[in-house]
Design a protein around this ligand. Structure first.
Ligand SMILES: Nc1ccn([C@@H]2O[C@H](COP(=O)(O)OP(=O)(O)OP(=O)(O)O)[C@@H](O)[C@H]2O)c(=O)n1
Ligand SMILES: C[C@](O)(CO)[C@H](O)COP(=O)(O)O
Length: 259
């Protein structure tokens, strides 16, 4: 077992942690352009930032990138053109597989590419390129400590209303106001004991309601999920304004590095 395969010096279990990065989305909400994961932030593709963020964790020794179904070759080329730092590349293999029509399907395809010795899986959106390594480590550490499913999350700033959806911008009747103090906005990476996540992907149908996150699928099969603190820089790049925020975060990091 290499140093990368141990969370810390007291953990001697044969644990290998891999990150699956679903990056096959089109980015419709971001507006016209290349697939979202391939768009640049500060001159570097979002996906490259996301791969670096996961590989920065000592725990992660394999990254599986799930590319747009018609774009695996282009993504491989892109990653080769933006190699990891030598010390990180030594402990981290990066492979690319083609994705599917939905996030759920893409994650399932990424899981299918994992070698047998991987026991802990982190699933991380390419669309969350700026997640700090401390969050990755905290999630991986909690799974290695025995939790079957771990999600990083933050308290909400807004009050949330449950509504009766109406098409076409009609006013929507409010049916409830969940107690905000008990709500959390969930981020990635979400971490899992591999067997638990694979079982969830086998049992939760791709058709029908689907699932917007992996932890939700684990909940549906009746397993426990726990929350650890997320980070405001782990936000998801979804709409155009998020690109402005991401560039600002990178500029702040550059300025801090300069001092
Ligand atoms: N078929 C899909 C759809 C989404 N994703 C990935 O899942 C993550 C979260 O999805 P989201 O932010 O919704 O990305 P998009 O689906 O690209 O966005 P949109 O809904 O605006 O098209 C992203 O990293 C995205 O690339 C994926 O791998 N395969
Ligand atoms: C997984 C996720 O990022 C957790 O908040 C989110 O559910 C992804 O949703 P999307 O609609 O696929 O962006």
């Amino acid at each position: 077992m290499s140093a990368a395969d141990r969370a810390d010096s007291t953990d001697t279990r044969p644990v290998r942690t891999a990150a699956v990065i679903p990056a096959a989305g089109r980015g419709v909400r971001l507006g016209p352009g290349a697939p979202k994961a391939l768009r640049a932030l500060n001159g570097t593709p979002m996906l490259v930032h996301a791969v670096r963020a996961m590989a920065a964790s000592r725990a992660v020794s394999l990254v599986v990138v799930v590319a747009p179904s018609d774009g695996a070759t282009e993504v491989r080329r892109l990653l080769d053109a933006h190699p990891l730092a030598e010390s990180v590349a030594e402990k981290t293999e990066v492979v690319v597989v083609p994705g599917g029509q939905t996030r759920q399907e893409s994650v399932r395809l990424g899981l299918a590419a994992l070698p047998e010795d991987v026991t802990v899986v982190l699933v991380h959106d390419a669309a969350r390129p700026l997640v700090p390594v401390d969050v990755v480590d905290a999630v991986a550490g909690a799974v290695r400590a025995g939790a079957p499913a771990v999600v990083p999350a933050l308290p909400l700033a807004d009050t949330v209303k449950q509504v009766e959806p109406r098409p076409g911008g009609e006013p929507e009747p409010v049916v409830g106001t969940p107690e905000r103090a008990r709500l959390r906005a969930v981020q990635t990476p979400q971490g899992f004991d591999r067997a638990t996540l694979v079982e969830a992907h086998e049992r939760v149908e791709l058709a029908g309601e689907g699932a917007t996150d992996d932890a939700g699928m684990v909940e549906r099969i009746g397993r426990d999920v726990v929350v650890v603190p997320g980070h405001e820089e782990a936000f998801k790049v979804t709409r155009p304004l998020d690109l402005v925020l991401a560039e600002a975060v990178l500029a702040r990091r550059r300025a801090n590095d300069g001092f």
